[in-house]
Write a protein that binds this ligand. Structure first.
Ligand code: FAD
Ligand code: NAP
Ligand code: SF4
Length: 673
C-alpha cells in the first residue's frame, strides 16, 4: 500500500533482477574510510547503519580502478584479490542489515593529486598541482579494461552493482568535453569519438558482469564550465549509455573546478532537479536526481513533479542514518537535517581528515562512539542551550541521566539564533527544530528565560557549563561611540544600521555580517531562479556548459571589511565554501582591506592605517566582529562550592570555536559521564 504522506518517495523500484525498497539512493561521498588499511570494517559499520535506517540503495565513495585514477597516493582502489577480501567486510555488513550497495568506480584523471595523473590530453586542471600525462591509444584501452576488471572485482566482493563516475570533471568527463579533450585520434575530435570512452566502459562492463548486476552511470548533465557539453550532447550520451547497458542514470551537476556553488547551504533546496527533469522521457531507464535534497517533503515533491524516478542524497545520511525510517514513520520533525555547511564532510575530505558531520559526530565513527545506557544515574544541570549544551543534554538524557537544561534566553540555540538570520544560512533553523524534538523525546527538563547563578545549582551532582562566549571588547578609542556596534547588536538586537558600514574583523562572523548587511529582499537560497541568475547558470542551456553572464544584485549598503593581518580576507573560511563567500561579497562590491591598524572611531567614521597609509572610512557604523572570549564566570564559584563542573563549547575554549567542535565536545562528554 502506498505511503499516505510520501507515496512516491517510498514506492519500491523494480530493476528487473532486484527491487529496491524505495526511491532513495545514498549518493557517493568520499569519507576517508575507503583508505582504511585491512578489512573495511569501519566502512561496513558506517554503511550498515544507513542500511538499517532503510535507504534503498547505497553507493560507496569513489574507488579507483588503477593507481593513475587515485584521488591521491594510496587512496582506495579495487584491483586485486586482497582488496576484494577487504571490501567483502563492507558488503556483508550491509547485506546483513538488509541493504543494497553499489561501489562507485572513480578515475580522477587530471584531478588526481598525484604525479601519476593521466588525462585525454596533457592539460593541467586549476585544482591540482600535477600536470597529467596524455594517455596513449593503448593506455586508453588499458584504462577501459581496468574499469571493467574493477567492476568484476566489485561483483566478486559482493556488491549489488557499480556506479561509473562520469561527471564532476573526472576522467570520463574529461574525455567527453572538448575543453579537456584535444586528441586527434579516434578518442577525440567529434562528439561521437569523445563519448566512445564512457560507452565502451559501460558496454564492456555489462558484457563482463552479466545482466544481474546494477550499473549506474553518473552523467554530467550540466558541466557549468566553458566548453562543456551542450544539452543535445547530454541527451545523445544518455541514450547511448542506456543502449550500452546501464541500469540507472544518475545526475552529475557541475565540474569541481566550476565557479558556481552546487551543494553549499546557499544553494536552494532541490535547486538543480530541473536539469534531470529535462532528460525525462529521453531514456527509459530510471533517472536519479541530486543536490541539496535534504528533507522528505522536498524529495517527495521532486518525484511527484516527475523530475526524476529516484532521489540521491549523500550528506543527509551523514547527518541522520535513520532519515528513511523517520520518513516511513511520518516523523520529519525527528530528522537531524543536513544543513549543507560542508564543515565536517567535504572540508575534511579536502584536508585528508576522516569525514564526519557537524550535526552528527557519530557519522563515520560508528565503531568508536557508542551509546551505552548509564550504569549510575546522575542529576545533571546544563547551563546554556547553545549547540554544545543541546548536544550534551540530549545525548546524556538519551543514556538515562536526569538532565535539566537552563538558558537565560527564551529560546534554545545560542548563537545559532544569530547564524540562522544570515541569508544563505536558513538551514540552521533545522538544527534547532531537531534539538527541540530531541529534548522532548529524551525527557530533558528545559528551563528557559533563566539566568542561572551558582546558588541555583547546588542541588545537582554535576554541572555542565555550556555558557558560550562573549564578543571580544577591543581596545580602541571611540569603541563606545554611537557609531560603534557589535555583531550581537545587529543580529540579535536588530540595531538600525546606516547605509555605509565598516566591519572590523574578517573571520566567519565578519563575513556573515557583510552578507547580512549587503542583502535586501529575499535570500537567493530560497529562490531557485534568482540563485541561477546570480551565479550565471543559464536555465535555457543556450551555450555549451550552460553558463551565462551572472546577474550582480547591487549591495544594500556600501561595505568595507577589514583585518589586521596581511593577505587574502576570508583565508580561514571553510575549505570548500570560503571561495563562495568571497565571490558573493565581491559581486556586491564589498571592499576588502588587509594590513589595517585601527586608530579610533569618531563622528567622521573609522580612522585607520592600511599598509601604513592613513585613511578615514566615512561610515555611519563600525561593526566589531573581532572574535570572542569564553563566558565562564560560574566556573570558579561552583568549583569553590565543591560541585563537579565540566566546561564545553565556547565556555571551554573560544578561539576557533565552531559548532562542529561545540556539538562534538558536548556529545563525547555525554558518552563518557
Ligand atoms: P553558544 O551558542 O554561545 O550558547 C551559549 C548559551 O548559553 C547561550 O544560549 C546563552 O544564552 C547561554 N547562557 C550563558 N550564560 C548563561 C547563564 N548564566 N544562565 C543561563 N544561560 C546562559 N559555527 C559554525 O560551525 N558554522 C557556521 O556557519 C557558523 N556561523 C555563525 C554565524 C554567526 C552569525 C554566529 C554568531 C556564529 C556562527 N557560528 C558558526 C558559531 C557557532 O554558532 C558557535 O560556535 C556555537 O554556537 C557555540 O556553541 P556553544 O554552545 O559553545 O555556545
Ligand atoms: P574569528 O574567526 O576568530 O575572527 C575574528 C576576526 O577578528 C579576525 O579577522 C581577526 O583578524 C580579528 N581580530 C581578532 N582580535 C582582534 C582585535 N583585538 N582587534 C581587531 N581585530 C581583531 O572569529 P569570528 O569571526 O567571531 O568567528 C567565531 C567562530 O565562529 C569562528 O571560529 C568560526 O569558525 C565560526 N564561524 C564559522 C562560520 C563558517 O561559515 N564556517 C561562520 C561564522 C562563524 P585580524 O587579527 O587579522 O584582524
Ligand atoms: Fe551536512 Fe554539514 Fe553534516 Fe556535511 S557536516 S553532512 S554539510 S550538516
Amino acid at each position: 500500500m502506498a505511503h499516505p504522506v510520501y507515496p512516491k518517495l517510498l514506492e519500491p523500484l523494480d530493476l528487473g533482477h532486484i527491487t529496491l525498497k524505495n526511491r532513495v539512493l545514498m549518493g557517493s561521498m568520499h569519507t576517508g574510510l575507503e583508505e582504511q588499511v585491512g578489512p573495511l570494517k569501519k566502512m561496513g559499520a558506517f554503511f550498515a547503519r544507513r542500511a538499517e535506517g532503510g535507504v534503498g540503495l547505497i553507493v560507496t565513495g569513489g574507488v579507483a580502478p588503477n593507481r593513475a585514477g587515485w584521488t591521491k597516493p594510496l587512496a582506495g582502489k579495487l584491483t586485486n584479490r586482497w582488496e576484494v577480501y577487504k571490501h567483502k567486510y563492507c558488503t556483508d555488513a550491509v547485506h546483513e542489515a538488509g541493504g543494497r550497495i553499489a561501489m562507485q568506480i572513480l578515475h580522477t584523471g587530471r584531478y588526481s593529486y598525484s604525479p601519476l595523473a593521466v588525462a585525454p590530453s596533457a592539460i593541467k586542471s586549476p585544482i591540482s598541482p600535477f600536470k597529467p600525462r596524455a594517455l596513449s591509444n593503448r593506455g586508453v584501452k588499458r584504462t577501459i579494461r581496468d574499469f571493467v576488471t574493477c567492476a568484476v572485482r566489485a561483483k566478486e566482493a559482493g556488491y549489488d552493482g557499480v556506479e561509473i563516475m562520469g561527471s564532476e570533471g573526472y576522467l570520463i568527463n574529461q574525455f567527453i568535453a572538448r575543453k579537456t579533450n584535444k586528441r586527434t585520434d579516434s578518442w577525440g575530435g567529434g562528439y561521437n569519438n569523445r563519448i566512445r570512452f564512457p560507452i565502451e566502459i559501460v558496454r564492456q562492463t555489462r558484457e563482463a558482469v552479466g545482466p544481474e548486476f546494477v550499473i549506474i552511470y553518473r552523467l554530467s548533465m550540466i558541466d557549468l564550465v566553458k566548453d562543456g557539453s551542450t544539452w543535445e550532447e547530454v541527451v545523445e550520451l544518455a541514450k547511448r549509455i542506456e543502449e550500452a547497458g546501464a541500469s540507472i542514470i544518475n545526475t552529475g551537476i557541475g565540474w569541481h573546478e566550476a565557479r558556481v556553488p552546487t551543494i553549499g547551504t546557499m544553494v536552494p533546496r532541490a535547486g538543480f532537479t530541473w536539469v534531470t527533469a529535462r532528460l525525462k522521457g529521453e531514456v527509459s531507464i530510471p533517472l536519479v536526481t541530486s543536490n541539496r535534497i535534504n528533507m522528505p517533503d522536498v524529495a517527495e515533491s521532486v518525484l511527484a513533479n516527475g523530475d526524476a524516478d529516484m532521489v540521491s542524497m549523500a550528506r543527509p545520511f551523514l547527518a541522520d542514518p535513520d532519515w528513511v525510517a523517520k520518513a516511513e514513520r511520518t516523523e520529519p520533525e525527528a530528522i537531524n537535517t543536513c544543513i549543507g555547511c560542508n564543515q565536517a564532510c567535504l572540508d575534511h575530505a579536502f584536508q585528508n581528515i576522516r569525514c564526519t558531520c557537524l550535526v552528527n559526530p557519530f557519522a563515520c565513527y560508528e565503531t568508536e562512539l557508542v551509546v551505552h545506557p548509564v550504569k549510575s544515574k546522575r542529576n545533571i544541570a546544563v547551563v546554556g542551550a547553545g549547540p554544545a549544551g543541546l548536544a550534551f543534554s540530549t545525548t546524556a538524557a538519551g543514556r538515562g541521566h536526569e538532565v535539566t537544561l537552563f538558558d537565560q534566553a527564551d529560546a534554545i540555540g545560542g548563537q545559532f539564533n544569530m547564524a540562522k538570520k544570515v541569508p544563505g544560512k536558513e538551514e540552521f533553523y533545522e538544527t534547532l527544530r531537531y534539538y527541540d524534538h530531541e529534548i522532548k523525546r529524551t525527557g530533558v527538563r528545559l528551563n528557559l528565560g533563566k539566568k542561572v547563578d551558582a546558588g541555583d545549582l547546588s542541588s545537582f551532582d554535576t554541572v555542565i557549563l555550556a555558557t558560550g562566549v562573549s564578543p571580544r571588547k577591543i581596545n580602541l578609542d571611540g569603541i563606545d561611540h554611537p557609531k560603534s556596534l557589535s555583531y550581537v547588536d545587529v543580529l540579535r538586537h536588530g540595531a538600525d544600521v546606516g547605509g555605509r558600514v565598516a566591519i572590523i574583523g574578517a573571520g566567519g562572523i565578519g563575513f556573515d555580517i557583510a552578507e547580512f548587511l549587503s542583502h535586501s529582499g529575499e535570500s537567493t537560497a530560497l529562490n531557485k531562479d534568482a540563485f541561477m541568475a546570480e551565479w550565471g547558470v543559464d536555465m535555457t542551456y543556450a551555450e555549451p556548459g550552460a553558463l551565462t553572464k551572472p546577474h550582480d544584485e547591487p549591495s544594500a549598503r556600501e561595505i568595507t571589511i577589514c583585518q589586521r593581518k596581511k593577505g587574502k580576507l576570508g583565508a580561514g573560511l571553510g575549505k570548500t565554501t570560503g571561495w563562495v563567500h568571497r565571490a558573493a561579497l565581491k559581486k556586491k562590491n564589498v571592499q576588502m582591506l588587509a594590513e589595517c591598524q585601527y586608530t579610533c572611531i569618531d563622528d567622521e567614521g573609522l580612522h585607520l592605517t592600511v599598509a601604513g597609509e592613513s585613511r578615514v572610512l566615512d561610515v555611519d557604523h563600525v561593526i566589531i566582529c573581532a572574535g570572542q572570549v569564553p563566558a565562564r564566570e560560574l566556573a570558579a564559584p561552583l568549583e569553590q562550592a565543591g560541585i563537579e563542573v565540566h566546561l564545553i563549547g565556547g565556555a571551554d575554549v573560544a578561539a576557533e570555536l565552531d559548532a562542529k567542535r561545540a556539538i562534538g565536545q558536548g556529545t563525547k562528554l555525554a558518552l563518557d559521564l
